[in-house]
Design a protein around this ligand. Structure first.
Ligand SMILES: [Fe+2]
Length: 292
């Protein structure tokens, strides 16, 4: 029997009674979707799955996002291109050197973000499978952006209602001093526009759509926009809105990027970590884009 135990008073749930290695029934798919709409983050423990099983599970919920690896070249990839490699391993399976470019770029995951908010059509769900999990973290923290929105005062809600932000990997990585982009990457990572307030298509709940990829608010002076975004992220990630996931081997964790932000916490650089993400494409853009 499928059961969901809440993990915090506001969001996130632990789901048992599903075996991800087997094809799901339509009822099981519907139960997961209902639980995702409600809890926004689901932890399915004890799912010792292969890449093929993870892909089959993911496809129950819609089309995969193409090229989920944030800009890494195919020749550098350790995993099939439909996976985002969130490990600290290089192509040969060794722990990546501290100054490995892919590793340094991935350190951007330690900033609060919503996956693929730097794409014109951002991600719906992310599904992360823990294959090799170090003893001492890293934890993944999630923030409920619906609860964060609900807690804003009416004046702020009115001010942000129609705001549009520009998101790019260049902004998020730039916050960590990572500016090593080729001309081709600068072109590929050109900012995209996202609305700041999203409404969930099923529940109708509003949420703050924030991410460290956001570096501009359309029509605002840059320093004012950056300060405002920083304040909103600080508000949205107060402890009462956050669930901290401590990984155990075989955990499968899925989250709705439309309703949550997340970040990875630091962990010892010399311990292998192999976590693999599949990502579901969103339904469409959240804001009108500038003509290319
Ligand atoms: Fe992420």
């Amino acid at each position: 029997m499928i059961e969901v135990t809440p993990l915090t008073p506001v969001f996130a749930g632990r789901m048992t009674g599903i075996d991800v290695r087997r094809p799901l029934t339509p009822e099981e798919v519907a139960a997961i979707e209902r639980a995702m709409d409600r809890h926004a983050v689901l932890v399915l423990p004890g799912q010792d799955i292969s890449d093929a099983e993870q892909l089959a599970f993911t496809r129950n919920f819609g089309p995969l996002e193409e090229g989920a690896n944030s800009g890494a070249r195919d020749s550098e990839l350790r995993l099939p291109v439909v996976f985002a490699d969130v490990s600290n391993l290089d192509k040969q399976g060794r722990i990546a050197a501290r100054d490995n470019k892919k590793r340094m770029a991935a350190l951007g995951n330690r900033l609060w973000h919503s996956d693929a908010s730097f794409r014109a059509i951002p991600a719906k769900y992310s599904i992360l499978s823990g294959r090799v999990v170090p003893e001492r973290g890293p934890d993944t923290e999630f923030a409920d952006m619906r609860a964060a929105y609900d807690a804003l005062d009416p004046a702020t809600k009115a001010e942000i209602e129609d705001l549009v932000c520009e998101h790019s990997l260049i902004y998020s990585r730039g916050q960590l001093g990572f500016t090593d982009f080729t001309d081709e990457e600068r072109e590929r990572f050109r900012p995209v526009r996202q609305c700041m307030v999203r409404t969930h298509p099923v529940t109708g709940r509003k949420s703050l759509y924030l991410s460290s990829h956001a570096g501009k608010i359309v029509g605002w002076p840059m320093p004012e926009a950056r300060g405002y975004l920083r304040d909103l992220i600080e508000h949205a990630t107060q402890r009462e809105f956050v669930y901290t996931h401590k990984w155990r081997l075989g955990d499968l964790v899925m989250w709705d990027n439309r309703q949550t932000m997340h970040r990875a916490r630091p962990f010892p650089a010399h311990e292998p970590r192999d976590v693999r993400r599949t990502t579901l494409a969103g339904d469409g853009p959240t804001a009108a884009q500038l003509a290319a």
